[in-house]
Design a protein around this ligand. Structure first.
Ligand code: NDP
Ligand code: 8X3
Length: 256
């Protein structure tokens, strides 16, 4: 039986690259996100290329009713188990001090990165607890390990993800569920476009002068963690490009 991964936020960036890699490696996929057109074209592309089985679920992780309704439609005949839950959907919105912050930016980050991750996990846990080899992989960030100027609320949400990963690990040990937190540094995706409210020029500047991570690099890391033997669990992994030491220190120039 092929293993199944459910990926939140599969329409772009890290989630989409992970979908490609896991399809190529023979996994079945449940792909989720808000942009249904992207989900459907990704399903078509991957099914044709890798001859695997894919179900798409179109929901907003901030909406518990949508989550419950969508997850209830998973075809149990095709997907009797969800071996890996990749909690990846997330975003930053705005880069500014707290006193200039927009409440709407704070709400979307807290609701997506913290509550959305909790909603999806809580809804799937009864099923995961009954399985032999469930694995929850949460995408945190270097922003969940340190704070940086103008990062305030985004950093707070990723610190919350860090805390939730640690809590899940303790609570889920009795059920044999692995919990892995992967914390990427700067990775060139649509992340900075979203953070800068669609300003692509500003977003591109973020990655100028250094060689950032690519989403494929994080997909590789996720695959590594997912394929370890049953008795081995990577608890927490921070991954950066070669110029970045932590959330605050990126030399941003090629010195080698
Ligand atoms: P992208 O913007 O490229 O992708 C984000 C994904 O999240 C999209 O598929 C988007 O799908 C989904 N998403 C966002 N909001 C929601 C929502 N409310 N409901 C459902 N899905 C949602 O960014 P990345 O791939 O870079 O980001 C993925 C994760 O990695 C995030 O958690 C981010 O915080 C984290 N991260 C990113 C880093 C980076 O430098 N890029 C570094 C460290 C961590 P859709 O819009 O279709 O719903
Ligand atoms: C995303 C990376 O550097 O913007 O989590 O915090 S950073």
């Amino acid at each position: 039986m092929k293993r199944t991964i459910l990926i939140t936020g599969a329409t772009a960036g890290i989630g989409k690259s992970t979908a490609h890699l896991f399809a190529q490696k023979g996994y079945q996929l449940i792909l989720t996100g808000r942009r249904n057109d992207r989900l459907l074209s990704l399903k078509k592309e991957l099914e044709e290329k890798y001859n695997t089985i894919i179900q798409t679920l179109n929901f907003d992780v901030r909406n518990i009713e949508e989550i419950e309704q969508s997850l209830a439609t998973i075809d149990k005949a095709k997907f009797p188990t969800i071996n890996i839950l990749l909690n990846n959907a997330g975003l930053a919105s705005g880069v500014t001090t707290i006193d200039n912050g927009l409440f709407s930016d704070w709400d979307v980050m807290i609701d997506t990165n913290v509550k959305g991750l909790l909603y999806v996990t809580r809804t799937l846990l009864p099923q995961l607890k009954e399985q032999e080899d469930a694995h929850i992989i949460n995408i945190g960030s270097t922003a969940g390990k340190d704070v940086y100027q103008n990062g305030n609320v985004y950093c707070a949400t990723k610190h919350a993800v860090d805390a939730l990963s640690k809590s899940m690990r303790i609570e889920l040990l009795p059920f044999g569920i692995k919990v892995t937190s992967i914390n990427p540094g700067a990775c060139e995706t649509e992340f900075s476009i979203v953070r800068n409210h669609g300003d692509k020029a500003k977003a591109d500047k973020v990655y100028e002068g250094f060689d950032p991570l690519r989403p494929e690099d994080i997909a590789d890391t996720i695959l590594y963690c997912a394929e370890l033997p049953k008795h081995v669990c990577v608890n927490d992994l921070t991954v950066t490009c070669l110029t970045q030491a932590n959330a605050n220190y990126n030399i941003k120039k090629k010195v080698y």
